[in-house]
Design a binder for this molecule. Sequence first.
Ligand code: ZN
Length: 242
Amino acid sequence: MAGKTVKTEAIVLRSIRYGEADRILHLYTAQRGRVGAIAKGARRPKSRFGGRLEPFFRLDLLLHEGRGDLLTVTQAATVDGYPRLRASGAALGAGARACDAVLRLLDSAEPNPPAYNLLCRYLALLDDRGAAARAVGWSTALSFRLKLALVAGFSPELASCARCGEAEHLVGFSGAAGGVVCAGCEAGAFPLSEAAHRFMVEAIAKPLAEAPAAGELELRQAERAIGETLEHHAHVQLRAAA
Ligand SMILES: [Zn+2]
């Protein structure tokens, strides 16, 4: 077979039935960023891939790169199947929203190890909490989203006014400016409470498992701030975070 072999870890973001017995996979890989791959015969009862080519599986893969757009999966071993995540509706929903955000925001075939590790950590956290995944909740989902924006290169400016650099009297958030804005620059911005601002700063600084608590109003403002930043600067619209 001409072409070359790529060995990489990957998370299955999406798995689509294709043809008689195949699957097409959207993968986020450690070595290649986002790639598409085909697994031939994956839906046959005795397929050597077993049931592991499903969303959220963390796999060790051998991929064959030929001339087409899709790589071909030649070997797949499970690194982690996150079984407790799979058993909880709340955790499955959160995992699906995370994978969807990665699909929309990280579409390049450039390796991005921080993005890969972040997704693995979030899925592991959902798996850890399992049936208690509801407790992971909105603030953790937004922490994930903020960190994802950061590793994708679209982190909102939170330290000083995104328009003039003023460090005091930060009262609003502007997606177009890409961050917090001061009272003098707030035209076109929406009001951002101090608590929502603090939530975003702490959520970026702290590990995912220690996402800060915040009220509904703060979380709603934070989600809007992240969403508008990504719309303006990454041209990506994300689904509701929780
Ligand atoms: Zn300003």
